[in-house]
Design a protein around this ligand. Structure first.
Ligand SMILES: Nc1ncnc2c1ncn2[C@@H]1O[C@H](COP(=O)(O)OP(=O)(O)O)[C@@H](O)[C@H]1O
Ligand SMILES: [Mg+2]
Length: 375
């Protein structure tokens, strides 16, 4: 069970200026008078969703509890139909939950009335796979739209804000163009600028890079990472590609058939996947088939191990040292050195032969690496 949001400063206001309520009753809240911060920006408590279409019930999300911390980039990965979009759209109540409680920044959003919901939605930006831009409006007018609709700023204030936003997403020279005159990557940048226009605290991204080529995907992900870092925005990002998760996310939840089957820090989930669905996503990203690889290694003599290095350990000269000290010779069967967000990692599959094998295993275990014995 995830940790529950239980208590926080009763006299504090959240970032939308609303007074926070204590989540436990006053006499049970152990820190009733002590100021401390709300830890989770988004919390699902046993939230579920069933669609009803022409008298038929379509279950989309089983009762799910989840917490997403402030300032994180949180990834949701799963195959088509897993329930990712439903989950995302429940956060800003574009979908109504069938049951459960959704708390965002200390407020129960499931209890909001229509006018509270309008105010709340300004704090949650959203971007989409197919950009959802208005073809008849210029880039600048598309970005200005949420501000124009909110009706709180003057024309000149809106213009100033749009200029800033277009500069942030690298589209200053394209303000007067129409969406049809832009590339896919540029369209998504307009979508991002529009989503940021109301200064949201949360950005929801539904397959935001799925319609883009790999190079454009990389540049859009880089922009999202910058926004997360500089604006301290919490980002919830849906994708069906592990590569997207690996590049920008801090944590990931893997969804399958309406439930979360695995979640954790990206490095843990990516390097040591447990659930079969997660393993498939990781293998797709690495473009290896474990079954095929086992067949390939069948004729290789000796023991076979997989070593995973992370952070500084990635660059330590461990293999040579262990080989010299223990007399165990090695050959590299497969390997990959890459990054998870900003942390380098390496994963090597080795055949080990001769020497003092037990001593070599002990040395690997004692070093800052993770060892799996495959054979
Ligand atoms: N508006 C809807 N009406 C009826 N069924 C829906 C609706 N939206 C999604 N579903 C169904 O709910 C399930 C989860 O869908 P969705 O959340 O869109 O998954 P994903 O985003 O992972 O592809 C699927 O079976 C889908 O067909
Ligand atoms: Mg979807």
């Amino acid at each position: 069970m995830p940790e529950r949001l239980v208590h926080y400063e009763i006299n504090a206001k959240n970032s939308y200026g609303k007074r926070l309520k204590c989540a436990t009753s006053a006499n049970r809240c152990p820190t009733f008078h002590a100021p401390h911060k709300v830890r989770y920006v988004i919390e699902f408590q046993q939230v579920h969703k069933t669609y009803r279409v022409a008298g038929r019930e379509i279950p989309a999300l089983n009762p799910t509890s989840l917490t997403i911390e402030n300032g994180q980039v949180f990834g949701l990965i799963g195959h088509s139909g897993a329930g990712k979009s439903t989950m995302l759209r429940l956060i800003n109540r574009l979908e109504e939950p069938s049951g459960g409680t959704i708390i965002v920044d200390g407020e129960d959003v499931t209890a909001f009335n229509a006018s509270q919901l309008r105010g709340f939605r300004q704090q949650v930006g959203m971007i989409f796979q197919h950009f959802n831009l208005l073809a008849s409006k210029t880039v600048a007018d598309n970005v200005a739209l949420p501000l124009t609709l909110a009706g709180e700023l003057s024309r000149s204030e809106i213009d100033k804000r749009v200029t800033e936003l277009l500069a942030r997403v690298g589209l200053s020279d394209h303000a007067k163009k129409y969406p049809a005159q832009l590339s896919g990557g540029q369209k998504q940048r307009v979508g991002i600028a529009r989503a940021l226009s109301t200064n949201p605290k949360i950005l929801l991204c539904d397959e935001a890079t799925s319609a883009l080529d790999p190079q454009t995907t990389a540049s859009v992900l880089q922009l999202l990472a910058e926004i997360n870092r500089e604006l301290k925005l919490t980002i919830v990002l849906i994708t069906h590609e592990m590569d997207v998760i690996r590049r920008v996310c801090d944590r990931v939840a893997v969804m399958d058939a309406g439930q979360i089957v695995e979640q954790g820090p990206v490095a843990d989930v990516f390097l040591h996947p447990q659930h079969p669905t997660t393993k498939r996503f990781v293998q797709e990203d690495e473009q290896v088939d474990e079954g095929e690889q086992r067949d390939d290694f069948a004729h290789v003599p000796g023991r076979i191990v997989r070593l995973t290095f992370q952070g500084d350990a990635t660059y330590a000269p461990l293999l040579g040292t262990v080989a010299r000290e223990t007399g165990v010779d090695y050959s590299i069967l497969a390997g990959r050195i890459d990054r998870i967000k900003d942390v380098p990692y390496g994963q090597l599959t080795l055949a080990l032969i001769g020497g003092d094998m037990e001593a070599a295993f002990a040395r690997f275990k004692a070093a800052d690496v993770h060892m799996e014995v495959l054979r």
